[in-house]
Ligand binder design. Structure first.
Ligand SMILES: Nc1ncnc2c1ncn2[C@@H]1O[C@H](COP(=O)(O)OP(=O)(O)O)[C@@H](O)[C@H]1O
Ligand SMILES: Cc1ncc(COP(=O)(O)OP(=O)(O)O)c(N)n1
Length: 253
């Protein structure tokens, strides 16, 4: 059977745990055929990021047009975009990008700055499904976010700016807050005690995109994606890949 095609527009992580590499593994694990547009190449491992090379905008546009000209897309995930011109490019082609999920990647867990807040701002006002973690949401709304109540207020504010749905993720505590269609849902997952959480945000947003491609309504897609991330965190809990926070086990099933 022909699988749904899901596109990731994101940066490459040479360490394989986050970015394009995590996205394509998630797509494959969940039954989608993955295609990709690389926005930046990072030299990265589990210990940190040592170099970032943005791909020239005409090459990013050429990749996107090559994909759009040949594949029927069922969903699109956007990760690290680095350059505001990439956000403008995505907005320019947005009517051909169904089920758009935007992870406004700003800072890696290792502390490296991957993008400026201004570079993702244009996409935040587009009716996509937005998946900031607490820190990214804080950067977007301009104040510190700690509690689930503060996550809910921030999600509501971001929906007010134009997003179709917003999930603010809470990392290790496994409490996420979804704001969609006028309602707020607090998702309480199983907190996994693990060092290996590199790429959890990329994996979560990619899994949402696959589930939307499969036809799940937004709340179901988010819940299913959260279950997948929990399973992948549990699967990789005891392995050692690199000396820092390692990747998830995307193929836990
Ligand atoms: N240790 C953990 N146990 C259970 N769920 C986790 C854990 N760490 C992250 N998650 C979940 O992973 C998903 C991605 O969130 P998060 O880690 O906050 O993203 P990011 O990598 O962008 O910081 C969310 O659903 C979050 O609740
Ligand atoms: C190339 C690239 N893109 C995104 C990230 C951030 O990924 P995320 O899933 O938020 O994971 P952590 O960095 O928080 O582990 C990245 N590091 N590299």
């Amino acid at each position: 059977m022909t699988p749904p095609v899901v596109l990731t527009i994101a940066g490459s992580d040479s360490g394989g745990g986050a970015g394009i590499q995590a996205d394509l593994k998630t797509f494959a694990a969940l039954g989608a055929f993955g295609v990709s547009v690389i926005t930046a190449v990072t030299a990265q491992n589990t210990l940190g990021v040592t170099a970032i090379h943005p791909i020239p905008i005409d090459v990013v546009a050429a990749q996107l047009d090559a994909v759009l000209d040949d594949f029927p897309l069922a969903a699109v995930k956007v990760g690290m975009i680095g350059d505001p011109a990439v956000a403008e490019l995505i907005l320019d082609r947005a009517d051909r990008l169904p089920n758009l999920v935007v992870d406004p990647v700003l800072v890696a867990t290792s502390g490296a700055r991957l993008a400026e807040t201004a570079s993702v701002a244009p996409l935040v006002a587009y009716p996509c499904l937005l998946t900031p973690n607490r820190h990214e949401a804080a950067a977007l709304v301009g104040r510190v976010i700690e509690t689930a109540e503060e996550m809910a207020v921030a999600a509501d504010e971001l929906v007010g700016r134009g997003a179709r749905a917003v999930v603010v993720t809470g990392s290790e505590g496994a409490v996420d807050v979804l704001r969609f269609d006028g309602t707020t849902e607090v998702l309480r997952g199983e907190p996994v005690r693990t060092e290996n959480n590199h790429g959890s945000g990329c994996t979560f947003s990619s899994a949402i995109a696959v589930r939307l491609a499969a036809g799940d309504p937004v709340p179901t897609a988010v819940r299913n994606a959260k279950s997948y991330v929990t399973a992948a965190l549990l699967g990789g809990r005891d392995w050692r890949l690199g000396d820092g926070p390692g990747p998830l086990d995307h193929f836990v099933f």
